[in-house]
Design a binder for this molecule. Structure first.
Ligand code: GLC
Length: 429
């Protein structure tokens, strides 16, 4: 089947990007081979959890073998308890200098001790399509299920179906302003952030990162709407995968868990006055009322009540909030804490992330959510503008929503999700 020149040109660009960012070798510390796409060779040479899931979803469009290697590499060092760290430092020794810049807690010298948004089931879904898919499903489904069981067991102590993050970067949205007040950040600079992060997360070391103690400290416990939307969607997908594998009991357990997660999101995180979703902070579950792209994420959920979906669409379509020339900004344009990347160069250079620019991974989720709820025109606008960003400025980490100028890492890998968005745009399966 022939595709449009636009789609074909993007495919070629993505292939070149993923060849360039490919990391392949054998790690002496575990004796295993690895083959994955790193987020960016300049700043992020290791295997990041949610990045890798996105990369597999893109690779599955044109190179299923590599897509499968990506997820096999991600799961290769999974401990028996099911946990998977947010970074696997496969080639750690080659980058000791760079590691001094990172503040990351280690479970082992090669595996971090944090989570990231759990889209592993979506990645498994993508790599189990087509030839040989069934045997990959049989091979990896038990490992993937163990990961979700770990989240359920370790990160949901109040048993409401929502998992908690224990430090800001576990959401993947490092410095997003919705956490400012909770963290006690009043003047968002890199230094203030580091100090606030240290106040919340520093004491975890003495607690030996024991989950009971970290939860009891209640220093940073957030039931994050982006994390939990992805969690609920992935529980649903995992239900489908169990079904496909012929495991009815597994399928119904996961469906029940998915329904519970969605129910709690709707009951606890929805603010009827502003008609947006907000994260819950602390054991008191206080809503963090800053409008960010997180607030829109539940549009992804097929079972979201219609009136909520319609309300979210109004925000997405509002030029004062999210309908920028290059949507969807990570923080609403009319939030006082919105940071224009081109205005905030000093802040930008010191890398405060997710305070305004548009990112392609959240665009991919939101455009799909809009399609699911029948808002195809709006989805098409986001898909088209996203592609334009890459066509004009290459695969950058994030973009100015007004001008489309690219910022952050160059040759940034998950931005290639734009290929999947173009496929949806053009009705390519
Ligand atoms: C930044 C992002 C995070 C991502 C990582 C690697 O820290 O905020 O979400 O996983 O870079 O790309």
């Amino acid at each position: 089947m022939s595709h449009s020149p636009r789609y074909d040109a993007m495919t070629e660009r993505v292939k070149a990007l993923y060849d360039r960012n490919r990391q392949k070798g054998t790690a002496p510390w575990c004796g295993h081979d690895y083959d994955f796409v790193c987020p960016s060779t300049g700043t992020y040479p290791f295997q990041w959890f949610w990045d890798s899931c996105f990369h597999a979803i893109v690779l599955a469009r044109y190179d299923m073998d590599r897509a499968r290697s990506e997820i096999r590499s991600l799961l290769r060092n999974q401990p028996d308890d099911g946990f998977v760290g947010h970074v696997t430092f496969w080639q750690r020794e080659a980058f000791e200098e760079m590691l001094k810049e990172y503040s990351i807690a280690y479970r082992t010298p090669y595996l971090s001790d944090c989570i990231q948004p759990p889209l592993l089931a979506e990645a498994l879904f993508a790599i189990t399509r087509g030839d040989g898919g069934r045997s990959v499903l049989d091979e990896l489904l038990p490992k993937v299920r163990r990961y979700y069981d770990w989240l359920d067991r370790m990160r949901d102590p109040d048993r409401d179906g929502l998992i908690a993050i224990l430090q800001p970067d576990e959401s993947g949205l490092d410095h997003i302003p919705k956490y400012d007040a909770y963290l006690g950040v009043t003047n968002p600079t890199r230094d203030e952030f580091t100090a606030a992060w240290q106040r919340a997360v520093g004491p975890y070391a003495e607690m030996q990162r024991d989950h009971d103690k970290m939860f009891a400290a209640d220093a940073f416990v957030v039931e994050d709407v982006l994390v939990n939307t992805i969690y609920a969607e992935n529980e649903r997908v995992l239900g489908e995968l169990h079904e496909e594998a012929g495991d009815q009991a597994g399928a119904s357990t996961m469906r029940e868990r998915a329904a519970k997660s969605v129910d709690s999101l709707v009951r606890k995180c929805w603010d009827a006055k502003r008609s947006l979703f907000f994260d819950l902070a602390g054991q008191a579950e206080k809503q963090l009322q800053v409008s960010t792209v997180t607030s829109l994420m539940p549009i992804l959920l097929p079972s979201l009540p219609r009136e909520m979906a319609d309300s979210l669409v109004k925000h997405i379509a509002d030029p004062d909030e999210y309908a920028a020339a290059y949507p969807v900004p990570s923080t609403a344009l009319n939030e006082p804490l919105y940071l224009k990347p081109s205005d905030g160069r000093p802040e930008h250079d010191s890398k405060l992330l997710w305070r305004g620019p548009s990112w392609i991974n959240t665009n991919w989720y939101i455009a799909r959510g809009l399609r699911r709820h029948g808002h195809v025109d709006l989805a098409r606008t986001i898909e088209d503008r996203s592609a334009e960003l890459i066509e004009k400025g290459g695969f950058r980490e994030y973009y100015d929503p007004y001008t489309g100028e690219g910022f952050g890492a160059h040759a940034f890998s998950w931005t290639a999700l734009v290929l999947n968005m173009l496929a949806d745009h053009e009705g390519i399966a």
